[in-house]
Write a protein that binds this ligand. Structure first.
Ligand SMILES: Cc1ncc(COP(=O)(O)O)c(C=O)c1O
Length: 414
């Protein structure tokens, strides 16, 4: 049922099976946070865990923490916690580095797994870091061994050819929220003898995923968006078991060595997913992510998806139903089954409007050239937040609050 009044939104919150999870977050009063797709909110458990890690584990334990608190096991331990969120069985996920660095490792591994093929195929609208990393790798390896082919989304499937080594796509588009059909695309890629690498930055924690069931080869994902690990949280990577005996990554640091503390002069990779580590894990960031991941232990991802769809749907309907907001054009698919958990609207004054909205305490973000993005994180976003956010947006437009010069000046981070 569509939510047409604020009272109906409050009623939907009362009946929300995920409502209690909001209490696990520290959210500033008078703020409506609709940017969890960019940086997740702070779980209270992270605050407590970081204090204990600093004062007790580090302060008192000193270097003993690596063994006594199993800091050295954090990359695998956290990987095991993320695995069920992405539909992966044990020993295939590890937390390491950033999404960008992990893309580099996995693209290089994919090219080596498909000798004789040189093309990395992707879509023109993919997230820039994905494209830049591929460009850098091609630059290093040379055209014979690595060539990035970028095509329009609509031409992607038909562009997979005999020379395609790996197809690299972002499952949920960072601008529009548009979803690729993971199962179908992965199947097409395999039929052509290529490998599939998914960027799950906007997917993990936003909707159920089935990497193993769909036979996905490789994936990367983000710790600081829907997983709430904090600004710059470490990322994760997935390598399907079938590739463990052959896949190798190029950043052969000591943490990916079979025996780091043997201090051998020659590199010998650790077996399986452990070999995809590089250097020393930043323990404080890992501990923050570890605490954040405990929030997912009893969460039903089907309920997360159901709420995400209803929140987004309500937002779209309220914006589209308002005459004051008639100039906003939906940039996301209208069909819920084709969207992730954020929604984008285009407006020629998008940047200034978002700045004015943030001044009112409604936090979304802006993407060039004219997109206002609103993310719905089902663990803490309420239906009443959606209602109030749209009311504020109407207020910004009715009062022309975006016209003041302070809202026009671009900040470094949008
Ligand atoms: C799809 C996607 N990939 C990658 C990244 C960022 O990668 P990194 O964590 O290396 O900065 C983002 C950041 O928003 C993203 O949206």
């Amino acid at each position: 049922m569509m939510l047409r009044t604020r009272a109906q939104c409050l009623e939907a919150d009362r009946n929300d099976p995920l409502a209690e999870h909001r209490d696990a977050f520290v959210l500033p009063p008078e703020t409506i946070y609709l940017d969890g797709n960019s940086l997740g909110a702070l779980p209270g458990a992270v605050d407590a865990c970081l204090r204990a890690t600093v004062t007790e584990q580090w302060g008192q334990g000193l270097i003993r923490g690596w063994n006594d608190h199993d800091w050295i096991g954090l990359p695998m331990r956290l990987g095991e916690k993320i695995a069920p969120l992405i539909g992966a069985a044990s020993d295939q996920v590890i937390v390491a580095d950033s999404v960008s660095v992990n893309l580099y490792k996995l693209l290089a591994a994919a090219l080596a797994l498909r000798p004789g093929r040189s093309v990395i195929l992707s879509s023109e609208d993919n997230f820039p870091t994905d494209l830049y990393i591929a460009q850098g790798l091609c630059e290093l390896l040379g055209k014979e061994r690595c060539e990035l082919l970028l095509v329009d989304r609509s031409r992607l499937v038909n562009s997979i050819g005999n020379n395609t080594a790996v197809v690299m796509l972002t499952h949920v588009d960072f601008r529009s929220g548009r979803l690729w059909d993971m199962q179908t695309i992965t199947r097409h890629v395999h039929e052509a003898g290529a490998l599939m690498l998914w960027d799950l930055a906007h997917s993990a924690g936003a909707l159920p995923l089935k990497l193993d069931a769909y036979g996905v080869d490789l994936a990367v994902g983000c710790g600081y968006k829907y997983l709430n690990g904090g600004p710059g949280a470490p990322a994760f990577l997935y390598v399907a078991k079938t590739h463990h005996s052959h896949a190798a990554q190029p950043l052969s640091g000591w943490m990916g060595h079979a025996q780091p503390f043997a201090f051998s002069p020659s590199y010998e990779p650790a077996q399986g997913i452990r070999g995809f580590q590089t250097g020393t894990p930043p323990v404080l960031s890992y501990r923050a992510l570890e605490a954040a991941l405990t929030l997912w232990e009893n969460v039903d991802l089907a309920q997360v998806r159901e709420k995400s769809v209803r929140l987004s749907e309500t937002f779209i309907e309220l914006v589209e139903g308002s005459e004051t907001l008639a100039e906003f054009d939906l940039n996301s698919p209208r069909q819920a089954s084709e969207r992730g958990s954020h929604v984008a609207f285009a407006h020629p004054f998008g940047y200034a409007i978002m700045r004015a909205l943030i001044d009112r305490g409604v936090i979304g973000d802006f993407r060039e050239p004219d997109l206002l993005r609103f993310g719905f994180a089902p663990l803490y976003t309420r239906y009443v937040d959606v209602w109030d956010a749209v009311e504020h947006l109407r207020g910004v437009m009715l009062n022309r609050e975006y016209e003041t010069s302070q809202h026009q000046a671009p900040k470094r981070v949008t």
